[in-house]
Write a protein that binds this ligand. Structure first.
Ligand code: PLP
Length: 526
């Protein structure tokens, strides 16, 4: 295979496992497709517009003098380009997407339809508030249900992802300590199994991060936590259920110890899907928790966005919540934008406006269409499905924590691959050839060669069986010594195995016709 110096193969390679190849590089219905700049031409356009009569004087010397050089395509060419690209990708609409910790569930079309209603989709954030009363009412109802489901008195809707929510929570915690003049608290504790965003957020806010150890059975080590808590600890960040797919049984004690030490309890709520409608984090002593609407409440995960990560806050932190928030006034609903009056302690704001309106609409539609009983069933079915997967696979693969049931995700280690010469990465790549997106690999870090499978509640028994049978067949092939099937995988994907380290270390984000000659040297981020 020829490989550019940036980790991207120049074109798909012939299928090695199947000697029959097409003459044009395509694969049946899977069309070979170049980049936009390769298939389009700057001298072509898909629309026929009169030259615009622009008064360019406002732009001074910023007026463009050379042609813009964008690839021109006709409408059918543009549509086909993107459809062909979309067929090279996995999607939740194609098959089970077992990415653990990410909660990749079906996005109900009803939510999409509601989000596209002109009264929501066509609003502008700077419109007079009297003209957006319906949108504000929806945000108010969503806030109400998020508070009700978590048993918490306040919620900040504006954070735009889980990690952004973590930042919001820690900023509220920092503001609370500062308001008491307590400047000695410089550390945040996170368990060894924590999602990478937890220590990253704590460091971003300026805290030092200290790890809390884990017990044999995959939970927070209480003795180690007690030993590390002290007058210099600002907060702990604990995920529940944790990233090993296990409920932290001692969570009430964890909260008690934390509060006794004068620190706050940040709960990473990314796994709320496993307990929604069954457990209210507020009852467990949590002070702040983000909720990934794009996980639990079925809004789509975009390519890094748009997500939404509202943060619920306890009584102790509520008054530090960031602006804006909704106030009920004599003239209806209004967004309070200023830190004044009751809101005088707000720590600031998380984004320019109020958050991701489209995600609010989708999440609220999801809540209403499920109802209280339906949301509880979401958690129950998610846990049931994960345990079904664990039960079907545990004869062939080794569960990381074999004793007892799991919550919403089943975690395996690579003990069962010992002696085969096949790694977790090889196994995951072979899953692509079977038509499934790989599970989360090598996370959590505390489990050797981790394979974290989260089926979610939206998979039927038939699809779970299809998935499990594919994995069982692969496991059998691995144990039978069919090493080539794994080492060379994926064979059937549009692109073969990439140099992921190089691609991550030296990403080339712009297209240039002659990459080696023209592209600026990529910057290595250490
Ligand atoms: C997904 C996830 C996050 C981060 O959420 P984003 O919305 O991706 O920023 C944090 N913690 C855990 C456990 C997660 O699964």
């Amino acid at each position: 295979m020829t490989m550019l110096n940036v980790g991207r193969p120049t074109r798909p390679e012939a299928v090695e496992m199947d000697t029959h190849t097409s003459l044009n590089g395509g694969r049946g219905l899977l069309q070979d497709e170049g980049l936009l700049f390769e298939v389009g031409r700057p001298d072509r356009t898909g629309v026929d517009l009169e030259p615009a009569e622009l008064d360019a004087s406002d732009l001074g010397d910023l007026v463009r003098t050379a042609p813009i050089g964008l690839a021109g395509l006709s409408e059918p060419e543009a549509v086909r380009h993107y459809v062909r690209l979309s067929q090279k990708n996995h999607a939740i609409d194609l098959a089970l997407y077992p990415l653990g910790s990410c909660t990749m569930k079906h996005n109900p079309r009803l939510n999409e339809k509601m989000a596209r209603l002109a009264g929501f989709a066509d609003l502008h954030p700077l419109q007079p508030q009297s003209t957006v009363q319906g949108a504000l009412a929806l945000m108010d109802r969503l806030a109400h249900w998020l508070k009700t489901l978590t048993g918490m008195p306040a919620v900040a809707l504006s954070p735009k992802a889980g990690a952004h929510g973590e930042l919001c929570g820690l900023l509220a915690i920092r503001a609370a300590h500062e308001s008491r003049g307590d400047a000695a608290r410089r550390r945040v504790l996170t368990p060894t199994s924590a999602h990478g965003t937890n220590p990253a957020t704590a460091a971003f806010v300026g805290y030092q991060v200290t790890e809390i150890g884990q017990t044999e059975d995959g939970r927070v080590d209480l003795a180690d936590l007690a030993a590390k808590l002290g007058p210099d600890v600002a907060a702990i960040m604990v995920t529940n259920p944790n990233t090993c797919g296990l409920f932290e049984r001692d969570i009430v004690e964890i909260a008690r110890l934390t509060h006794e030490a004068g620190a706050y309890f940040y709960c990473d709520g990314a796994n709320f899907n496993a307990i929604v409608g069954r457990v209210r984090p507020g009852d467990l002593g949590v002070d702040a928790m983000h909720i990934n609407l794009h996980k639990t409440f079925s809004t789509p995960h975009g390519g890094g966005g748009p997500g939404a990560g509202p943060v619920v806050l306890s009584e102790a932190l509520a008054r530090f919540a960031p602006a804006p928030w909704i106030v009920h006034g004599p003239e209806g609903l209004r967004l309070e934008e200023e830190a004044r009056g009751e809101a005088a302690d707000a720590f600031g704001r998380m984004s320019a406006f109020h958050g991701q309106m489209g995600m609010f609409v989708r999440a609220y539609a999801y809540m209403l269409s499920h109802g209280a009983d339906g949301l509880r069933q979401v958690a129950e079915d998610a846990v049931l499905n994960a345990n079904y997967v664990k039960a079907r696979l545990q004869g062939a693969m080794t569960p990381a924590f074999p004793v007892g049931p799991c919550m919403h995700e089943a975690l395996f280690d690579d003990t069962w691959l010992e002696g085969t010469g096949i790694t977790t990465l090889d196994f995951a790549k072979a899953m692509i050839d079977e038509g499934f997106h790989p599970m989360t690999m090598y996370f959590p870090l505390v489990v050797h060669g981790a394979m974290l499978i989260e089926p979610t509640e939206t998979e039927s028994r038939a699809e779970l069986d299809r998935f499990c049978e594919a994995l069982l067949a692969l496991a059998q092939a691995a144990k039978a010594g069919d090493v080539d099937r794994f080492k060379g995988a994926p064979f059937l994907a549009p692109l073969r195995r990439l140099d992921e380290t190089l691609a991550a270390r030296k990403p080339r984000l712009a297209w240039h016709p002659e990459p080696t000659a023209v592209a600026p040297a990529p910057q290595v981020i250490e």
